[in-house]
Each structure stands twice: as C-alpha cells, then as structure tokens.
Design a protein around this ligand. Structure first.
Ligand code: ADP
Ligand code: MG
Length: 236
C-alpha cells in the first residue's frame, strides 16, 4: 500500500440527519427535514431547488452562520455543535470562504485591500497579507486591477475580487450562494471559469444556483424539495 493510500482523508463536510425548525407550535416551519450529506475534498457540488426548499437554511448551517435544531455537522473533521460563538467565528474565518450574490465588497477600498481583509481579521502581518492577497488576485485573473476600487470594476470583476477574498485564507471549503445571480452571461462565464480552475487545483466548492447552465459546471448535483434531498447525482 502506498503512503498516499494510508492517508485517510476525512470529508470536508459531513452532516447527519440535520433538521431545522423555525418558530414554535402553530407557526413551526420545518425548513430541513433530515438532511444527510457528505462532501469529499476536491468535490464541486451544485445545490438546486425551488424557492422555499431550504437552500439558504442549509447554506447557513454549512457556513456556521446558523445551527441545526438537531443532527450532527462536522466541518473538516470538527464537530461544529460543540463550538462556542468565538470558536465558530474562527471556523468561519479560517475554514470557509464565502461568495454571495451581492459581492459585498467594501466601497472606496482597493481590490487588494478588500482581499486582504480576512487575513487582517486572522492577524496575519501586513507584508504576508499583501503577498497572499496578490497571489489570490492573480489566481482570479485580476493582478492588473489591484488598485481599482469596486465602482471601477465590472460586476464580473467585482465578483472575482470576492472570490479572491474567499480564497485568500486557503479555506477547506468555498461556499457560494447564487454567485452569478447578478451577472450577465459573459461575467457569469468568467466567474464560472474561475471556479472551474479552483476546483481543478483541488478546492472544494459548494454552490447554490437556480440556473441549470451554472449547475452543469459542478461534478455533483443535489436537488432539495421541501427540506429534503430528493436527488444526488454525480455529473462528472
Ligand atoms: P430557499 O433558500 O430554498 O428559498 P429557505 O431556506 O430560505 O429556502 O427557507 C426554507 C423555509 O424556511 C421556507 O418555508 C422559509 O419561509 C422558512 N424560513 C427561512 N428562514 C426563516 C426564519 N428565519 N424564520 C422562519 N421561517 C424561515
Ligand atoms: Mg434562499
């Protein structure tokens, strides 16, 4: 047996029978009705489902922004339910890179400074911060634009800056919620090309989308209906 085979790789995401109930009694909403899902390192998963099917609820739990009512969640081998708020904030900062539909960049602040921000929170020193932020911008094809502020960039370029910001901490997982929802076709293709490249270089990506064309880029497609996984299909 080779050394590589001896290294047991734990899944990046491991959720077991996760339920999420909002409200109580008469107004109870069962947003997730027992979701079990494993995502291995290097996978690229698209999650689809109609409005109200539980996509955002699942995303918030995966991103440690919310906790399940019941069930278990391990992120990169760590049982998230045992962590306090401060530890959860650390997990979000170190292990997860978020990309949102609305890029959420800081206005009147250069692309480089935007990308450096998560590293500043993580306490990385200025020189190292700059070096890593430049590398992340180069990875999304925006090395030439580091001094541009968000309003000097197209929507697609802004989203690529946001992707660079998500990557700069070398997270175990990139979580993207409708990342191309506000983009035209060309910009959508540019951003998806970046995700494709990241995944080829080994990044784990979980992406929520309404668009079948976008989901086609993923290696695995999961469909949610009414808080349950009804389809889990390997595409590539
Ligand atoms: P999706 O993102 O697929 O549209 P959501 O996860 O946002 O679905 O919502 C799933 C269900 O949970 C819906 O019925 C929604 O109304 C309900 N829901 C979501 N968030 C809350 C909340 N904070 N309080 C009460 N109900 C909620
Ligand atoms: Mg939603």
């Amino acid at each position: 047996m080779s050394v590589a085979e001896l290294v047991v790789t734990k899944p990046v995401l491991d959720i077991q029978n996760v339920k999420k109930i909002y409200g109580q009694g008469e107004t109870e909403v069962h947003a997730l009705r027992g979701v079990t899902l494993n995502v291995e390192r290097g996978d690229y998963v698209a999650i689809m489902g109609s409005s109200g099917s539980g996509k955002s609820t699942l995303m918030n739990i995966l991103g440690c922004l919310d906790i399940p009512t019941s069930g278990q969640y391990r992120l990169d081998g760590v049982d998230v339910s045992r962590l306090n708020d401060r530890q959860l904030a650390l997990v979000r900062n170190r292990r997860i890179g978020f990309v949102f539909q609305s890029f959420n960049l800081i206005a009147r602040t250069s692309a480089l400074a935007n990308v450096e921000l998560p590293l500043a929170y993580a306490g990385v020193k200025a020189v190292e911060r700059r070096r890593r932020a430049r590398a992340a911008l180069a990875m999304v094809g925006l090395a030439e634009r580091e001094d541009h502020e968000p309003n000097q960039l197209s929507g697609g370029q802004q989203q690529r800056v946001a992707v660079a910001r998500a990557l700069v901490t070398a997270p175990a997982l990139v979580l993207a919620d409708e990342p191309t929802g506000n983009l035209d076709t060309q910009s959508t293709n540019d951003v998806l090309a970046v995700f494709d490249r990241l995944n080829r270089s080994g990044r784990t990506i979980v992406l929520i989308t309404h668009e079948p064309d976008v989901a086609e880029h993923a290696k695995r497609l999961i469909r949610l209906v009414d808080g349950r996984i009804v389809q889990d299909e390997r595409l590539k």
